[in-house]
Design a protein around this ligand. Sequence first.
Ligand code: SAH
Length: 273
Amino acid sequence: MKERPSFPARLDSTLAKNRPSAVGGLGHAAPALTVVAKTAAGVAGAGKSKGAAIPVPLGVGMDSQAVRQRMVQKLAGQGVTDPLVLQAMGRIERHRFVDSALVNQAYEDTSLPIGLGQTISKPGVVSRMIELLRNGATGRMGRVLEIGTGCGYQAAVLSCVAEQVYSVERLRGLHDKARENLRHLRLANLHLLFGDGMVGYAQGGPYAGIISAAGGDVLPQAWIDQLAVGGRLVAPTVHAGGQALMVVDKTPQGLRQSILEAVHFVPLKSGVA
Ligand code: SAH
C-alpha cells in the first residue's frame, strides 16, 4: 500500500490554521529514470547535419547533467546573468517533471503539456521571470509565493534561490502530481498548497517576491497586500489585447509598475477543481 504524505494544507478558511508541510523529508528516493533521448548535441540543436543523434540514456548521472549544462549555456546566451538562477536551472532535472513520452524535449526551450490542459513553462521564461523576481539579489532572496505549482518544476527552481517558497495550485490533480515529482528532491523550504492562489497565502507573507505562472485580467489585490515593502511581483497580465509580463515593485513611496515583453501563459482562474 502506498503511504500518503501528510500534507497539503488547504487554503480554505476551515483548514487555514494548518501550516503546509515541507516537501522535504517525505522519504523514498525516486527510482532512477532511464529513458532514451537524443544526445546532448542533438537536444541542443548542434550537429544536426551530422546525421541522426545517437540515443543515450537521459536521466542517469552525467548524461542529463551535460544536456542541462547546454541548456544553461543557451540561457546565459539569451541574457540570463544571475548566477544563482543559472545554477538552479543546471541543478533541477526538468525531465523528471514531464511525461515520459516528452522526456526527449525536456531540455529544449519549449513549453510542454503537463495534463489537465496546463503547461510547464519554457526554461527561457522560467529563468527570465525568476531573474526579474530576484531583482539583483546576491544570495538567496527571502520568502516567495508562487501561484500555479503545475508540475512543480518552477517551484523547485525557486527553492534553490529563495529562503522559503510557498506554491499554490488550484487543480488537485496537478497539486498531487507536483508532490510526487518533488519528493525525490526533499526540499525542506518548499511548501505546497492546494487552493485558490488568487487569494494568495497570507500566513506565509509578507513576501519578498510573488510570481504567477498563470495570467489574469487584473492583479489580485491580495498579492499586492501580501507583498513586503521592497518586494517585487512578476506576473503575466492582459495588456493591449494580448498578454505581457508585468513587474510591480512595492516601494515605500508606493507601487511602481512596468510592462515588459509579450508572453503566453495559461489563464488564472478562481476557485479550486
Ligand atoms: N510553474 C508551473 C507552471 C504551471 S501552468 C510549472 O513549472 O509546471 C500554471 C498553473 O497555474 C496551472 O497548473 C493552473 O492550474 C494554475 N492556476 C491557474 N489559476 C490558479 C489559481 N487561481 N491558483 C492557483 N493555481 C492556479
